[in-house]
Design a protein around this ligand. Structure first.
Ligand code: GN1
Ligand code: MG
Length: 363
C-alpha cells in the first residue's frame, strides 16, 4: 500500500479532522519510523501531526510503552500546566495507539519547531542542558515503580559489554577480523566503563526516573526565540542513573561532528560545548542531585560513550539487525566515532572534571 494511503487510514483511526494534504518522512531516529502529516481542515487551515510506526522488534511491549507515556505526560501536564507537552491522540476505543496488521502506530501533536543534530551555538547547547535538566527535576516526584521497564538493562553497561564480547567471540557475520582494532580498544576499557553501572546495581548511585535517550534532537526549540520548548521521545523513560542522561547528552552535543561522521579525524569532544551544556543542565539539577552523582558525571559521559560504541559494534558484528542503517558500514562508522569521542574524553578528563566543579560554583 502507498504510504499516503497508509497514513490516511491510520489518521482515520485517530479521527483526525480534515483531509490528508501532504506528508514528509522524518529521518532522525535509528529505531522507529516517523512522519509529519499535514491535514487541511474544513476551513482550509493546515494542521500537522507526527505519525510514528513503532519498531516492535526493539520495543516488544509497545502497549506498555504507551501506558508509560500516558502516565508521564499526564503527570507533567497536571504539575506543569503552563508548559508545552506532548499529547497523543486517541482512537474511538480510547487507545493512544492503533494496530494495523503487523504495524503499531501512534499519533501526537506537531510543534512548529527546530531540533539540532549538531550546533556550535552555546545558547542552544545550554538550552539542551536546561531542557534535560528540567526534565530530570520535574520527574523527581514521579513514582518510578509505575513505569514498565521498556528495555530491561538498557543502560547496564556491564551487561552491554558482556553482550559485545560474546558477539565478538561468536562473529556470526564474519566481521571480527576487520574490526580487531575496535574490539581491542573496547575490551581494554570494558571494566572502567562498567564500573558505574555496577555501583548503581549495588545501590551506591541513586535510582531516578530518567529519559535514557538524551540526544539533542530529542529537544524541540522555538524557531524564533531559540528557547527549548519540549523534550520528546519518551519511549525509554525508565528508572536509571541521572548521570547517564547527562553523559548521553554530552556525548552527542559536545561532539564536533555528527554521530555518524565518517572521518574520525574531524571528531573531538569539545570542552567549550561541554561547558555550555553544563551551565544549562547543572543550574537545573544542582540541588536535586547528590554529591556522588555530581562527582561521577564525567565518568558517566565516558561510560555511556563506550557503551554506545559497544552497542553499534555489537550490531555490526551481528549483521545489522537492530539500528537502521543507510549503507553497509554505517554501524562501523558510528562505532569509530564513539571510540574517538571516548578516547578524547579520557584525554581531557581532568579539564572536564574541573569544568563541572567550576560550573557548580557559578550556577
Ligand atoms: C537509538 O532511535 P533513536 O535515535 O531515538 C537508541 C538509543 C541510542 C541512539 C543513538 C531504543 O535512539 O539508545 O542512543 O539510537 N534507542 C534505542 O543514536 O535503542
Ligand atoms: Mg529514542
Amino acid at each position: 500500500m502507498q504510504l499516503y494511503e497508509t497514513i490516511n487510514k491510520i489518521g482515520g483511526q485517530f479521527r483526525l479532522p480534515g483531509k490528508l494534504y501532504s506528508y514528509d518522512v522524518i529521518t532522525n531516529g535509528n529505531i522507529n519510523s516517523t512522519y509529519k502529516a499535514t491535514y487541511r481542515d474544513a476551513d482550509g487551515q493546515l494542521v500537522s501531526y507526527i505519525f510514528q510506526r513503532v519498531n516492535t522488534n526493539v520495543f516488544s511491549h509497545p502497549v506498555e510503552i504507551m501506558r508509560n507515556i500516558e502516565n508521564v505526560t499526564s503527570y507533567l501536564n497536571e504539575k506543569f500546566p503552563d508548559e508545552v507537552t506532548l499529547r497523543y491522540y486517541h482512537t474511538a476505543d480510547d487507545l493512544n495507539y492503533c494496530v494495523d496488521g503487523d504495524c503499531f502506530w501512534r499519533v501526537s501533536n506537531y510543534f512548529d519547531s527546530i531540533a539540532y543534530n549538531t550546533t556550535d551555538d552555546p545558547t542552544v547547547i545550554a538550552g539542551v542542558g536546561e531542557a534535560f535538566g528540567r526534565f530530570q527535576k520535574q520527574l523527581s516526584g514521579f513514582d518510578g515503580s509505575k513505569l514498565y521497564e521498556t528495555i530491561p538493562d538498557f543502560h547496564n553497561t556491564a551487561k552491554r559489554m558482556q553482550t559485545f564480547l560474546r558477539a565478538a567471540e561468536e562473529d556470526t557475520a564474519g566481521r571480527a577480523e576487520e574490526t580487531q582494532e575496535e574490539i581491542a580498544y573496547l575490551r581494554s576499557v570494558a571494566d572502567e566503563a562498567s564500573a558505574l553501572s555496577i555501583r548503581y546495581a549495588a545501590g551506591e548511585i541513586p535510582c531516578r526516573v530518567t529519559h535514557n535517550d538524551t540526544k539533542a534532537n530529542n529537544v524541540l526549540f522555538d524557531r524564533v526565540t531559540k528557547r527549548p520548548l519540549v523534550v520528546i521521545d519518551l519511549d525509554t523513560v525508565m528508572p536509571g542513573m541521572a548521570g547517564y542522561d547527562f553523559g548521553d547528552a554530552v556525548r552527542f552535543i559536545a561532539s564536533t561532528a555528527e554521530e555518524d561522521e565518517p572521518d574520525p579525524t574531524r571528531i573531538y569532544f569539545d570542552t567549550g560545548k561541554f561547558r555550555a551544556f553544563c551551565k544549562g543542565y547543572l543550574r537545573q539539577v544542582k540541588r536535586g542531585l547528590t554529591q556522588v552523582e555530581l562527582d561521577t558525571l564525567v565518568q558517566a559521559a565516558f561510560s555511556v560513550t563506550v557503551e554506545m560504541a559497544a552497542r553499534f559494534l555489537t550490531d555490526y558484528l551481528q549483521g545489522d539487525t537492530y539500528f537502521k542503517i543507510n549503507y553497509p558500514e554505517h554501524n562501523l562508522v558510528r562505532t569509530r566515532s564513539q571510540i574517538r569521542l571516548a578516547q578524547d574524553i579520557t584525554k581531557k578528563r581532568d579539564e572536564l572534571e574541573w569544568i563541572v566543579r567550576e560550573t557548580l560554583k557559578n550556577v
